[in-house]
Design a protein around this ligand. Structure first.
Ligand SMILES: [Fe+2]
Length: 512
């Protein structure tokens, strides 16, 4: 059994490594004056084998010619073919080593390490996981919400509806937190799972914590990252940009580096991750049909306000509640730079921005209004700004939200998990009913998938001035870059920590 596994493991490790080694940061050309119209189609029509009707995407035949890459598509087709011809999975393998450092060392080989550093263990995982700290620091911060009586919760009970692979626990989980006023922190005191209700110091408290972390990690990767950032928000923005904003439009130039290649990239990575035998089905607990239902149902729950940290935190009732919110503060500082850029840049081109020499009010720009119409039609629950209520302030906040979605959210919920998701002794990727750790193939695939999320991609801190329409636009883009460098410098004055999201870690888009 172990000899075939040796070859299988190294074959797929080499594929992961070569993808990492060959990936070069995207070169972003000027946008074409006009693109062919993209008709959004159900995912089930775009990709045969994915029975999901409510998610709208650009079909493979409609990928814009300036994005289309025959070579990249061929590589992904080969990868999907290999899922059945020589799968990365092998039934009956033993579990990973109980020593997490040894388990990681065996899966994250010398070859991987030639391209990327191994993960760092966050402070919260050094001992029994500190859920109260994870609720306010790091990638799961967005799950915390007030639930009455001065208590707070992670409410992932909805995940219990979706079918999991045989032998695994279902992920419907709720964690209750109370405020510790002396520490200005939170403490988890109750966890509800399929095991029942577990209280602090109960015999199954540690297992309940693992189930909570398994649930929040799976939801982050599948729902918040891929479904909401890529398919819902990023997908709608990519199509609406192509369809309604000409290449010479100032808002097209502002968002172009964040949207170029969206259609080509979405087609490839959706196949590689969501088709039967793909990363999602083989790594996370959900069966293929459970995963499809999860995507279908949670797509409809996307809200653009998730991409506005202050508004989102206020709606969750977590501000000014007697505990510190370090990641929230971090995210608001990043959003503030983007919001300032959106306002400063847009003011150049519209008279209702007041200070600039803009030519017209935003509501008088027919192309911009058509873009809003399309965004509202394509985005689940709309984008809150319509041609009926648009103002300069609302427009620029929306622009900042899209920048934040493409850069901050995508990093926070994707590559940033590198330091969290591989420590499965604290945060299992699957929880087996028999209590066994993940088998070798599942862990190896988790490592390789996270590795490939961290390929070298075009950074946000970059001079995009060549995309500007004019000197004023160029100066605004240069100012944005300087503001990001300034925020980075101010964060560098404090000690580094795994939970902090730095401007220099941000990539310009969701596309590789
Ligand atoms: Fe991504």
């Amino acid at each position: 059994m172990m000899i075939p596994w040796f070859f299988r493991r190294w074959f797929w490790n080499f594929i992961a490594w070569i993808k990492f080694a060959l990936n070069k940061p995207l070169k972003i050309p000027l946008p074409p004056a006009k693109s062919a119209l993209i008709e959004a189609v159900p995912l089930s029509r775009a990709i045969v084998g994915l029975p999901i009707d409510n998610i709208l995407v650009c079909g493979p035949a409609q990928i814009p010619s300036d994005e289309r890459s025959v070579a990249k598509s061929a590589v992904y087709k080969l990868q999907v073919w290999l899922y059945s011809a020589y799968s990365a999975m092998q039934a009956g393998l033993p579990p990973i080593d109980p020593d997490p450092l040894l388990a990681l060392k065996r899966a994250y080989t010398w070859l991987h390490r030639t391209k990327f550093e191994p993960p760092v263990m966050p402070a919260e995982y050094l001992a029994s996981p500190d859920l109260g700290s994870l609720a306010v620091r790091g990638p799961y911060e967005g799950y915390l919400q007030a639930c009455g009586d001065g208590h707070f919760q992670w409410d992932l009970r909805g995940l219990g509806r979706f079918e999991v692979h045989p032998g695994l626990r279902r992920l419907g989980v709720r964690v209750l937190f109370k405020v510790d006023p002396l520490r200005r922190g939170l403490q988890a005191f109750q966890i509800d799972t399929e095991l029942g209700t577990s209280l602090l110091d109960d015999a199954d408290w540690e297992l309940s914590k693992k189930m909570a972390l398994c649930a929040v990690s799976a939801h982050t990767s599948l729902v918040r990252h891929f479904n909401w950032v890529h398919l819902a928000g990023g997908g709608a923005l990519g199509i609406a940009m192509r369809n309604r904003l000409p290449g010479t439009h100032p808002i097209c130039r502002l968002l172009w580096p964040m949207t170029y290649d969206t259609q080509q990239n979405a087609d490839m990575v959706t196949r590689g991750q969501m088709l039967p035998g793909g990363d999602f089905e083989t790594t996370f607990p959900f069966s293929f049909s459970g995963m499809c239902q999860l995507f279908e149902q949670t797509y409809a729950e996307f809200r653009i306000a998730h991409d506005d940290p202050a508004v989102d935190a206020a709606s969750r009732g977590i501000l000014g509640q007697g505990f510190d919110t370090p990641t929230q503060d971090n995210l608001q500082a990043l959003f503030a730079v983007m919001h300032e850029h959106a306002r400063h840049y847009t003011r150049i081109y519209y008279s209702d921005g007041k200070a600039g020499s803009g030519h017209a009010a935003v509501a008088d720009d027919a192309a911009l209004m058509a873009w809003l119409d399309e965004l509202n039609a394509l985005t689940p629950n709309g984008v809150e700004v319509t041609r009926a209520n648009v103002t300069f302030d609302r427009l620029t906040r929306l622009l900042a939200r899209f920048m934040y979605l493409q850069t901050v959210q995508h990093e926070l919920l994707g590559g940033f998990l590198w330091n969290y998701q591989l420590w499965t002794h604290r945060q299992p990727v699957r929880v087996a009913v028999d209590g066994k750790r993940e088998p070798l193939d599942v862990y190896q695939r988790l490592v390789n998938a996270n590795y490939n999320l961290n390929v070298h991609r075009r950074e946000l801190m970059h001079d995009f001035g060549k995309l500007a329409l004019d000197e004023a636009g160029r100066a605004a883009m240069e100012k944005f870059n300087r503001d990001l460098i300034g925020l980075q410098a101010s964060m560098d004055l404090q000690p580094w920590a795994a939970w902090k999201l730095y401007p220099r870690a941000l990539k310009v888009s969701i596309n590789a």
